[in-house]
Structures are given as C-alpha cells and as structure tokens.
Design a protein around this ligand. Structure first.
Ligand SMILES: [Zn+2]
Length: 469
C-alpha cells in the first residue's frame, strides 16, 4: 500500500490523497485549492497524477475544498465511480453546478481583458457540461452500509457530524502487502458533538492507518451556550445602533445552522420577532432544500421538531427572507432598517457578500460577523486580523464597522475534540498522517497525539509526499 498527499498538505484547502492498494488507485477527495489566483489556477488545472489511471474516487463530503475539482478530474479522463453518501451526492449536484458557473464567469471576465491585450483566451477550469457529466458517475450509499469497492476492499461510511452527508471513510483491506487485514481511516473534516441539526461524529475504535484533519489542532472553541448568547448580544447591539449585521457564511452548513439558531432565539423571544433576516445566496437556498430532503441525517432534536409540528420550519421563520434573484439582492443595498444579512462566500472572496461588505464596511453602526475559519490571503482573514483598510473589487475601503468573530459556530472539532476522538482508537494506529491544517495547527496536534495519547508514528506530510504503509 502507498499513500500520496496531493492537497490539503500543510494547508486547509485542495483535499486530495491517492491510496494505492492491491493494484487499485483510489482517490480520497478531489477538492479545489483556494489561495492566490495564479497559484490556485496552476494547482487546480494541472492534476498531479493521470486522471484516467484512477479507479475509484471516495468523497468525504460536499464542501468545495473537498469536491470542487471533480468535474476537472472527469474532464481529464477519470471514468470510475464516485462513491459518497446520498446526501453528499445531492449537495454536489447543487454545488458543482454552482462552481462551474463561477468558473465560466471568471474566465469571461478575464477574457475581456485578455482580448484587449490580444492574448489567447484561456478556457475555464471546467464548464457546466463537465459538472453535469461528473454527476453521472456518483454512487450514493448510506452510513454504515458496507460497500465492496473491489474484491477484498470494503468501504463503510460513518457520520462525521461536520456538514449534511459528511462521512468518516473506513476502508477495510482483506490482505495488505504483508497478507494481513488492514484498516485505513480518513476523517475528512471532523465535526463536533452536540451541534444543532446534525448527528454527533461517530467514534471509531480501530484504525491501522489514520489520515486525520487538523484545522483547529492548536485551538479550543468557546462552549455552545456562550455562542447563542454572543450571537444574541451582537445582533441586539447592532440593531440598537441602527446598523446591519453582515455575515459571510458558507452556503452549505454554516448558513443553515445560523438560521436554525436565529429561529430558536426568535422563538424563545431572546430576539425580537420582527427581526429582519435575509439569506442572500441562491446556493444556500438550493442547499437548504437538500437539507430538508435528508431527515435521515438529522439528530433527534431536529427530527422531533419536524415530527411534532409539520408546519414548523426550523430552517425559516416569519421575518426571514431567502433572496434568489440579482434584483432582490440589489434591493438589500437600499434597506434602511436594521437587518441581518447572511451571504456567501464564507471567506468573503467572491459572491454577493462582497457587495454587502462594500455597502456596510464604512458604517460604524454595522457589524461584520465572521463565523468560520478564514484561510490565509482571503479578505475574511484580513478583516479578522484587524486590517483598517481593505480592497473590495479593486477599491480601497476603511474598515469602520465592528469586526467580530463567533468561533463557536465552527463545524470543525477543536483541539480537545480532535484528541477525544482519536483517543478512542485502541490499539493506537501504526501510522498517522495529519492533513487539512496550517503548519502550526498540524504540528501542535502531532505533539499532543504523541505526548498525551502515546501515538507512535505521526507525520505532517508535505505536498506530493509519498509513503509506503
Ligand atoms: Zn468541510
């Protein structure tokens, strides 16, 4: 068995790992790398392996940094199955088409400039047709239903509790190179216990080889009760001043959790019932429909809400508006009264959120609320770091609005939660690889796994590094 890390190595995007076992080439995730424009373009366009030589793709979850390069893989000749949960398949149907549209629009914009400079026009990374073609290769399975990928190779997906459909990938190899059974576990992104909507992550007791995420390997999240109180306080304060709360949020997962929490706060009368909330993201609207279609993935609390009152919608309330058309979105620019506006992208790099930031960032009454991990070189990161002047659409703006972070909304396990999860594995894995974390976080987690849990061999692989297992 060999394992090569082609992405999310010492960084948090571009998840892509190639496992070679019993003559098969199995790709774990095929995500988009997100960073500076040129580097992203270079990395995403040129796959570091022959796409046609990959037999099977196993997808941990739908987030674009794990799934977003699938259409390009198919465009380059991959013809195998893409195996994932049914919910992830349905989310990908929405997200990969959305991503294709963005790729096409980006190139259109770029080409206008290149045409003027008389340079040859580049092609989009992939098109809508490529995204649609890739959807034909998906095979949706359910959690905890073993599935034979190849003779002697069984896949079982367990709930990772990170986003709707997210899975822990467990591959059981009947005979490895040494004639022994071996279990390879890939966490994808590991979620957190006691979160709204979703089930808790499943604990696994066996793993010979463990590939584990490490986003928050060096940090702890605040507790959940504080998170609701903080959310309430931030909204109340901003409303009182007559400002708006602008929330860049991932369209899939974070947005639905925010709406669910706001719905609860309004129902408990902790927030006024006339609170105006707008979800301004067509992708979030489509993703919310997929959430509604997959009650099998809900925790008992959400299931009970749905079962006891069929008219009650925990993903929407009276004063909540989902805005889909560009016209509706533009109308929000002229909104006079206080409101909460949730929009994508989550790291404030692209999308409608940029218009809302542009319109509110210089208003000291308003609040920009950051709700997730912000990767290096993104506008979200620059705001979190307290920059007083930022560029939006190429123009400079003074940051006069309050910028606050609500880390308790993270969909990723924090340091203690990662260690608690790994601590269930007995005996300890023969080899552990930490991915999906910036170097500080990954190395800190490696130290804790060795020091506190007695893990033996723990690696923080570099991009392109290959290991024999
Ligand atoms: Zn994720």
């Amino acid at each position: 068995m060999n394992l090569t890390f082609y992405g999310a190595a010492r960084t948090v995007t571009g998840s892509q790992h190639l496992l070679e076992v019993n003559g098969r080439r199995i790709l774990l995730d095929c995500g988009l790398y997100q960073g500076s424009r040129d580097e992203s373009n270079e990395r995403n366009r040129h796959l570091p392996f022959d796409a046609a030589s990959v037999d099977t793709l196993i997808l941990s979850h739908a987030h674009i940094d794990h799934s977003g390069n699938i259409p390009n893989l198919v465009k380059n000749g991959f013809r195998g199955d893409i195996i994932t949960t049914s919910a992830t398949r349905d989310l990908c149907s929405v997200m990969l088409r959305d991503s294709a549209k963005i790729q096409e629009q980006d190139i259109e914009y770029l080409n206008k400039r290149r045409l003027r400079e008389e340079q040859p026009p580049p092609e989009p990374l992939y098109t809508m047709a490529d995204a649609l073609a890739s959807l034909k290769q998906f095979v949706g399975i359910n959690y905890e239903r073993p599935y034979q990928v190849a003779p002697g190779l069984t896949l079982t997906l367990y709930d990772a509790g990170h986003v709707l459909g997210s899975a822990l990938v467990v591959l059981d190899v009947a005979d490895d190179d040494h004639g022994r059974p071996a279990r390879v576990v890939f966490t994808g992104d590991l979620g957190r216990a006691k979160r709204p909507i979703l089930n808790d992550p499943v604990f696994l007791e066996r793993a010979d080889v463990l590939i584990m995420e490490s986003t928050y390997g060096d940090r702890e999240h605040p507790n959940d009760v504080d998170t609701d109180h903080l959310l309430e306080d931030i909204i109340r304060d901003t409303i009182k001043q007559g400002g708006k709360v602008i929330v860049p949020a991932f369209a899939v997962g974070r947005t639905q959790e925010l709406v669910y929490r706001l719905n609860n706060l309004v129902e408990r009368r902790d927030l006024p019932s006339n609170l105006q909330v707008y979800v301004d993201s067509p992708l979030a609207i489509d993703a919310t429909a997929v959430f509604r279609a997959h009650p099998e993935a809900y925790d008992s609390e959400m299931a009970e809400v749905l079962n006891t009152d069929r008219d009650h919608d925990p993903l929407g309330f009276a004063m909540m508006r989902y805005t889909r058309s560009p016209e509706e979105s533009k109308e929000l620019n002229f909104l006079r009264q206080p409101a909460v506006i949730i929009s994508a992208s989550g790291m404030a790099e692209t999308g409608r959120i940029l218009h809302h930031l542009k319109n509110n960032i210089e208003d000291p009454r308003s609040t920009i609320l950051i709700t997730g991990f912000q990767a290096a070189n993104t506008l979200g990161r620059r705001l979190v770091e307290g920059n007083k002047r930022v560029k939006i659409f190429g123009e400079d703006y003074d940051v006069r609005a309050r910028v606050l972070s609500l880390n308790g909304l993270s969909g990723h396990a924090d340091r203690s939660e990662l260690l608690a999860w790994a601590g269930h594995i007995q005996p300890r894995p023969r080899q552990t690889f930490l991915v999906h974390g910036e170097p500080d976080a990954a190395f800190a987690l490696a130290d804790s796994l060795r020091g506190q849990l007695g893990f033996g061999s723990v690696h923080v692989p570099e991009m392109g590094q290959r290991f024999s297992l």
